[in-house]
Design a protein around this ligand. Structure first.
Ligand code: FAD
Ligand code: NAD
Ligand code: FES
Length: 278
């Protein structure tokens, strides 16, 4: 059992949750994730380790409630415990001194980009962050990202805050302004990561994305998280989750993410109807 020691809502649908997990806190590196189960009958879901505190023996996860398990998790309170947390899993982000690095976080992807952005800054890179959300209320971690960046650009799709437009519009402006990055890290919805990859490919800018296929065991055994990268089958849980964006088959990833959509919708509806009667 892992106790929730702190919980804070970052938006209506996104919660920051600090969990007791001393062994994971000790060994985790930026870019790695955990697989959690909320209760003993629950499914296993992957979540990135956004932060850790070795002294307290805690890790922090940032969770967007979009289906049954994430809705249940975000409804839990401080002092309650979740059934189990496995990790750290996945390959850590590749950190070195690249020069100018642009990190892009779309929506909840900002939470996943945050630890790696911190590490890029620590390695002496010039870091420009671009973070975006559909609307002001959904924007997260602006101050946290500002603290680890030389410059931050904020976008909202509807123009309710900062620059109106997609994160890709801001990346294009940087490139047009001849501020060419040596590396781009893009994390967010698959259409966003694909759009970033298409843009940077034209300029031959090395680009890394963090992929989010459905995962089960997280140890390379079940094959559920398979993705096609450079024509080869890779398991995102052990070969990733970060990959060369210009090699990823995004259409295949999108298709696989939809496989259980009907069942996922039904299971969320059942959870909601159960909550209404109990
Ligand atoms: P489900 O009922 O399983 O799904 C609800 C809806 O979300 C469906 O439309 C479904 O198609 C879609 N969906 C399901 N799984 C995923 C997925 N893996 N990615 C995108 N959409 C999905 N989410 C966070 O909020 N914070 C994180 O830090 C985070 N880190 C992740 C790290 C990795 C390595 C991976 C693979 C995913 C990560 N995710 C993260 C996504 C998270 O795992 C999913 O949102 C979660 O599994 C959904 O479970 P659910 O039961 O709530 O929803
Ligand atoms: P969202 O749909 O609100 O998009 C966030 C931002 O991404 C937008 O504000 C925009 O700037 C950009 N964007 C979206 N579509 C774009 C496009 N076609 N072209 C260019 N830019 C685009 O995101 P959200 O609802 O906060 O995030 C939810 C999604 O995040 C989930 O559906 C899931 O696919 C994804 N996700 C990804 C990971 C990962 O590891 N990559 C992990 C968790 C969730
Ligand atoms: Fe099973 Fe990756 S989640 S092989």
């Amino acid at each position: 059992m892992n106790k929730i020691v702190r919980k804070k809502l970052l938006s209506q649908v996104i919660a920051e949750i600090e969990l007791s997990a001393p062994h994971i806190a000790k060994s985790q590196k930026p870019g790695q994730f955990v697989i959690i189960r909320v209760d003993d009958k629950g499914e296993r879901i992957p979540l990135t380790i956004a932060n850790s505190n070795q002294e307290k023996g805690t890790i922090t996860i940032i969770v967007q409630a979009i289906g049954k398990t994430t809705v249940k998790l975000n409804a839990m309170e401080e002092g309650e415990s979740i059934a189990d947390v496995v990790g750290p899993l996945g390959k850590p982000s590749h950190i070195e001194h690249f020069g100018r690095v642009v990190t892009i976080g779309g929506g909840v992807g900002t939470a996943i980009a945050w630890p790696t952005t911190r590490a890029f800054k620590k390695a002496g890179n010039e870091v420009i962050s671009i973070i975006g959300a559909r609307t002001k209320e959904l924007l997260i971690l602006e101050e946290e990202m500002r603290a680890v960046s030389d410059r931050i650009i904020v976008t909202t799709d509807d123009g309710s805050y900062a620059n109106k437009g997609f994160v890709t519009d801001s990346l294009k402006s940087l490139i047009d302004n001849n501020e060419i990055p040596n590396l781009v890290l893009a994390i967010g919805p698959v259409p966003m990561m694909r759009a970033v990859a298409e843009l940077t490919r034209k300029y031959a800018i090395p680009t890394v994305v963090s992929l989010n296929p459905i995962m089960l065991d997280g140890t390379g055994m079940c094959g559920v998280c398979r993705v096609s990268v450079g024509g080869k089958t890779m398991f995102a849980c052990v070969d990733g989750p970060e990959f060369d964006a210009h090699q990823v088959d995004f259409a295949g990833l999108m298709q696989r993410l939809k496989v259980y959509q009907k069942e996922e919708k039904l299971s969320l509806e059942l959870l909601k109807s159960y909550e209404r009667v109990s």
